[in-house]
Structures are given as structure tokens and as C-alpha cells.
Design a protein around this ligand. Structure first.
Ligand code: IFM
Length: 463
């Protein structure tokens, strides 16, 4: 592969001068210090310590040790020229049991992080929930129980009371699809349950919690409120009506199951019909459907979109699909020839434009942000200590050009966050997959900016 030239600032890729360029991380993936300063246990602590749950038996106990190296990490962000940094708060650091008592030392850590960012000229963007549910709340039933949504709104208030004077940008959930379906349906993520009905109740309560928290934060004076969903471009493998129907189902269960309640105030009818046929429609609908979709569609100031890949689907069974997509027994993933990342995810940047433009068509005046985009590659460190990750650089370049193309076609896309600032704990894959702009040596915890970081720093530079 030929090496990609450094860009001459964001406008050289066709992006507007005021377009925000940032990077994202999540608490459990980078912080470590899992029992320090009164932090309680989350479902990811329990899950990662369960034999066989995470590749290599890896845990987030130490992770990137960001909890102790935070000032150094913010200095790295400054070197990269980031406009904005998206991080998540670990709920069990702030409320060790998920409700009631607040741990001031946990809040103080995030307060120091916010101050450090502001001093470095970087806008803090806070995500309240990136999958680390306090274990006592899971013991009480987790997201399939409505009470968890109420506790989430309380927690949102606590965090806002401490940081709302300095944080303007708030995201309730990161990728509720993953929380619901990988956590409660396929069980490959914490809490590791395999119960299709429970996963649909989790979808509903994640959205109800989002609505309650958004209302609470709005009342408390928060400026910009949103949620982040993971979306996929979906295409049928052929013109065959059965493949077309597989694509409809996959778009329904991946994208519209969240987009329609959030943006249009309704559950997708075709998805409900498929779920009814499987006997689990009422788990999504619940006993108070009108009240719940009204909460889910509480007005947003911005929508965050995480995009990584395209799904190409055909009719026909595939056990994995059935598990993670309840009721979808007749969907099979195929790859018609796209290159893949180390996650085996097909790379297709045009899919990002497709997704952005589809969301824009659903909600024409809503500002959008790509809150995550990036790629895992093996990243062998070369002899002189440099990581020449041209594959990742090419991925970022192509996807940012897709952003520019969509902006050119009228999409109010305001910013982009590379996933991730640094290599980190990639959930069920442990430390085996590297997504970072910055390489982390897990023996020494030394950070080394990769070639993609140099490229990104050239992109963020204002001429
Ligand atoms: O690492 C994750 C992140 O936590 C959520 N979005 C996808 C990333 C890559 O899998």
C-alpha cells in the first residue's frame, strides 16, 4: 500500500473550517483502577472475571491506566490538535451501588479531567453510559427492568450537578443496540444473558432511561443533549425478494428499532410484526407503549452516529444472527468482496454517507455527529519504534471524505470523532484488537503515536 500524504488541514479533505475533529474513548476500556477511590463493581468487572468470557482472560483492571495517567493523555490529545474529546463516566465510580450514595472521589476524577481538557483548549463531550452498569442494578434485574431507567436518570442528575458548569455536550447512551442485544440476547457482552425477550425489554428501558435523563438534564440547564446509536449501511446480497426481505429485517433490527422511536416517536411496525410472529413483540411494546415512545422521542439537540461497516445480507439461517437479532432466523451475513479489518468487518466508506443521508431524511433539521469511526488492524511495531498503520490512515481518510461528500449534499454534520484515541480493552476481544491512533504497550503502558496520529494531527491543524 502506498503511504497517504499528510493533509493540509481539514479543508484539504473538503471539510468545513468549523468542522470539529475529535477522538473518543470509554471508561472501562481505558481507565483501569477498577477498585480505587471507592469505585463499585460493574457488570463488565464481573463478566471479564468470568472464565471464558473474554479472549485471553483479559480484564479492564488496569487497561491503559488512564485513571493515573490522565494529564499525560490530555497532553497527547493536545499534540493531536483535537477540538473535542468524547469520554464516558463510569457509573460505579460515581454511585458505587448504582443508586443512592455518591462517591465524591469518583466525581473529582472527572472534574479534574474536564479542567485539564479545558486548560488544553479541548471541548469535553461526556457520555453517561458506555456499558458499565453497576453490578447491584444488574442483580436487581438490569436493563430489562424499568427501575434501571429511573436510576439512570438519578445518576445523570448527580453527574450534571458536579460537571454541568463546565460540560456543554452530553450523550445519554452509547450504542444501546450493543447494551441490549449483545448483553441480553447473544450474551457475548456483559452481563452475558441469552434471553431474547429480556433484550427487547432492555431496548425499551434504555430508551425510557434516555428520555428521563434527557428531561432531567434539560431541566438542570444542560446545553446540548443527545444519544449515540451504532448504525450500519445494509444491503441485500441480490435482487431476490427473499434477500431483500433479509435486508429489511436487518435494517429494522439494527437501525430502525432505535431510530424510529428516537426520531419519529414510534416503534417500527414491520419489526413489531416480525417479533410478534416470534412471540416476543410485547416485550418491545410493553404495557405502556404510548408513554414509552413519547419518552424515547424527547427532543434532541444532536444525534451521535457510530459507523464502522456495511452489512450485506441474504436469506437463510445463521446461528449468530438469530442470537443477536431476536426473531431473525432467516438472515445470513455475506461479504461480496469488501476488504475487512482485523475485526473481520467489511470496509465501505460509501456506507457512511448512506447512513448519514438516511438519518438526515428522517429528521432534516437535526445536527449530526459521527461520534465513532475507526478500524482495528494488527499494527506490528516496526524496528525504529514507529507504527506504520497505513491501512488505518486510509480508512480514516476515506470515511472523512465520505463525511465531506454528505455535507456537500446538505447533511448538517458538525463533527467527527476517531475511535479511538488509543488502543484499549476491546470488550470480548480483550487487548487483542487495536483501534487506537496511539499505540499502547500493555507491558509498559508506554504510549506511541502511530502514523495515523501524525496524519490526524496534520488534518486538525488550522492553516
Ligand atoms: O470499542 C468499541 C466501542 O466501545 C463502541 N463502539 C465500537 C467500538 C469498536 O468495537
Amino acid at each position: 500500500m502506498t503511504s497517504i500524504q499528510n493533509p493540509a488541514g481539514r479543508t484539504s479533505l473538503g471539510l468545513p473550517d468549523d468542522f470539529w475533529l475529535g477522538a473518543a474513548t470509554a471508561a472501562y476500556q481505558i481507565e483501569g483502577a477498577a477498585t480505587e477511590d471507592g469505585r463499585g463493581a460493574s457488570i463488565w468487572d464481573t463478566f471479564s472475571h468470568t472464565p471464558g468470557a473474554v479472549l485471553g482472560g483479559d480484564t479492564g483492571d488496569v487497561a491503559c491506566d488512564h485513571y493515573h495517567r490522565m494529564p499525560q493523555d490530555v497532553a497527547l490529545m493536545k499534540e493531536l490538535g483535537l477540538d473535542v474529546y468524547r469520554f464516558s463516566v463510569a457509573w460505579p465510580r460515581v454511585q458505587p451501588t448504582g443508586s443512592g450514595a455518591v462517591e465524591q472521589r469518583g466525581l473529582d476524577f472527572y472534574s479534574r479531567l474536564v479542567d485539564e481538557l479545558l486548560d488544553a483548549g479541548i471541548t469535553p463531550w461526556l457520555t453517561l453510559y458506555h456499558w458499565d452498569l453497576p453490578q447491584p442494578l444488574e442483580d436487581a434485574g438490569g436493563w430489562p427492568e424499568r427501575d434501571t431507567a429511573l436510576r439512570f436518570a438519578d445518576y445523570a442528575r448527580v453527574v450534571h450537578d458536579a460537571l454541568g458548569d463546565r460540560v456543554r455536550y452530553w450523550t445519554t447512551h452509547n450504542e444501546p443496540w450493543v447494551s441490549a442485544f449483545l448483553g441480553y440476547a447473544s450474551g457475548v457482552h456483559a452481563p452475558g444473558r441469552r434471553d431474547p425477550g429480556a433484550s427487547l425489554r432492555a431496548v425499551r428501558h434504555l430508551l425510557v432511561g434516555h428520555g428521563l435523563a434527557t428531561t432531567a438534564l434539560r431541566e438542570a440547564g444542560a446545553e446540548s443533549l443527545g444519544i449515540t446509536v451504532n448504525l450500519y449501511a445494509v444491503s441485500p446480497a441480490s435482487d431476490d425478494p427473499a434477500d431483500q426481505d433479509a435486508a429489511r429485517r436487518m435494517d429494522g433490527m439494527s437501525n430502525r428499532i432505535f431510530l424510529e422511536p428516537l426520531l419519529l416517536g414510534r416503534w417500527p411496525e414491520d419489526v413489531l410484526a416480525d417479533l410478534d410472529a416470534a412471540g416476543i413483540g410485547d416485550d418491545l411494546r410493553g404495557p405502556t407503549p404510548d408513554e414509552d415512545v413519547a419518552l424515547a422521542s424527547t427532543p434532541l439537540d444532536a444525534l451521535g452516529i457510530n459507523y464502522y461497516s456495511r452489512h450485506t445480507v441474504a436469506a437463510g439461517g445463521e446461528p449468530g444472527a438469530e442470537l443477536a437479532y431476536p426473531g431473525s432466523t432467516d438472515v445470513r451475513f455475506v461479504n461480496p468482496g469488501y476488504p475487512v479489518t482485523d475485526m473481520d468487518w467489511p470496509v465501505d466508506a460509501t456506507g457512511l454517507s448512506e447512513v448519514l443521508e438516511a438519518v438526515h431524511a428522517m429528521s432534516p433539521s437535526l445536527p449530526l455527529y459521527v461520534t465513532e469511526n475507526g478500524a482495528a488492524y494488527p499494527d506490528d511495531v516496526v524496528a525504529d519504534g514507529r507504527v506504520l498503520d497505513d491501512d488505518r490512515t486510509a480508512y480514516l481518510d476515506a470515511h472523512l471524505r465520505a463525511c465531506a461528500a454528505s455535507i456537500g449534499r446538505g447533511v448538517p454534520l458538525r463533527g467527527y470523532f476517531a475511535w479511538s484515541l488509543m488502543d484499549n480493552f476491546e470488550w470480548a476481544f480483550g487487548y487483542a484488537k487495536r483501534f487506537g491512533l496511539v499505540h499502547v504497550d500493555y507491558d509498559t503502558l508506554v504510549r506511541t503515536p502511530k502514523r495515523s496520529a501524525e496524519w490526524y494531527a496534520a488534518l486538525t491543524r488550522r492553516q
